[in-house]
Design a binder for this molecule. Structure first.
Ligand code: F6R
Length: 357
């Protein structure tokens, strides 16, 4: 039920702090730490490479998950779009382990890959919001998102839930390998939940950004580097699917290799700046597009902010910024769609779960 909310999407965006806290509870061990089933961790430790397979928003969460698993647990990870993997299977490592990420657990493209990998005799884990779904039943193991039903076609709370569960998986695998993290994930995720709440309270600012930058435009670019690039892909997908504005996410450094030709007077460019090691370079990219007439909207992290930034996100652990930086982008997409008179919860041409290949 959407209660007093005008749209499911807005309700589901607002549920993210609550979902993050529920995930902390559901994955808590007896010592207050976070943990994943030992059988699953054994499979992860046994593998020489993880293959994440997913579509759309779940694929974008997989990109963030790759970074967490590689940097914390030091296990190589590849991320693949399911529909490509099916017809263009990469050369697999000797001991692959498959990780299917699917909110609905019913996506036909992802299932087609699971059917193939099951045939090849490889083990698979499904990360899904729906217990008993096809992908959950057909994989060896399931990790649940505990996000509650997601009704709006545009996925929001499932994305952050997927990243939170992948973070817990990465941290548990790291610990099992004797690679202790130098921070307390439970505490850092609790901070994330609090910051999400503050961002959900910043609706007016996000509505103003949507109005100032996106009311009349035909297109919009999102730029970022490192994990911010992955979040930009997701921000662009949210905007295009519900507002029908042509939106693209780009790695900041890649713009000059072609796409910068599209920047005209007034083209909106939304830039994320949450990562210290690329802060100077992404700000350099903003200057490059501004020199070509772009209308920049920089969203940065507290501690890294610069003059003229449009919005500053309260600080969270640098490896967990995707969980919070996506919230302003979800809200901006929501308000852009609303102002343009689009059907937010049921965008044209899209279905909530895509059960055809
Ligand atoms: C975007 C969106 C889609 C889904 C994709 C995968 O907002 O909802 O891109 O993420 O169709 O769906 P699941 O995760 O159910 O496999």
């Amino acid at each position: 039920e959407k209660g007093t909310y005008p749209h499911y999407m807005l309700k589901e965006i607002d549920e993210q702090p609550f979902v993050t806290r529920r995930i902390i509870q559901k994955y808590q061990d007896e010592h207050g730490g976070l943990t994943i089933d030992q059988a699953i961790i054994n499979e992860v430790l046994n593998a020489d490479r993880l293959y994440i397979v997913a579509c759309g928003t779940s694929y974008h969460a997989g990109l963030v998950g790759k970074q967490l698993i590689e940097s914390w647990a030091k296990i190589p990870v590849e991320v693949h779009i399911a529909s490509e993997f099916s017809y263009n299977m990469p050369l697999l490592s000797e001991k692959p382990l498959f990780l299917f990420i699917s909110q609905s657990g019913e996506t036909a493209d992802s299932r087609a890959v699971l059917v193939q990998t099951n045939k090849l005799g490889h083990k698979a884990i499904t990360i899904t919001n729906v217990p008993g779904s096809t992908l959950s039943r057909e994989a060896d193991y399931t990790l649940l998102l505990h996000a509650g039903p997601e009704i709006a076609v545009a996925s929001t709370k499932a994305y952050t839930a997927q990243i939170a569960v992948l973070a817990i998986l990465a941290a548990t695998a790291a610990k099992a390998k004797g690679l202790e993290l130098d921070f307390d994930l439970t505490k850092e995720l609790a901070i994330v939940a609090n910051v999400m709440e503050m961002l959900c309270d910043a609706k007016e600012e996000m509505e103003n950004i949507a109005r100032d930058y996106l009311t009349l435009t035909r297109n919009c670019f999102f730029i970022g580097r490192a994990v911010d690039y992955y979040v930009c892909l997701e921000g662009a997908l949210k905007l295009k699917e519900i507002s029908y504005i042509q939106a693209e996410g780009f790695a900041g450094g890649e713009l000059k290799h072609g796409t910068i030709a599209l920047i005209e007077d007034g083209t909106p460019v939304i830039a994320l700046a949450t990562q210290e090691h690329v802060n100077l370079s992404i700000r350099g990219n903003v200057k490059e597009v501004v020199a070509r007439g772009a209308n920049p909207c920089v969203i940065s992290m507290r501690g890294l902010e610069g003059d003229g930034d449009r919005f500053v996100i309260p600080a969270v652990h640098p490896d967990l910024t995707s969980l919070v930086s996506v919230v302003p982008l979800q809200l901006i997409a929501y308000y852009a769609a609303l102002h343009r008179g689009c059907d937010v919860d049921k965008p044209r041409n899209l279905a909530k779960s895509v059960t055809v290949e």
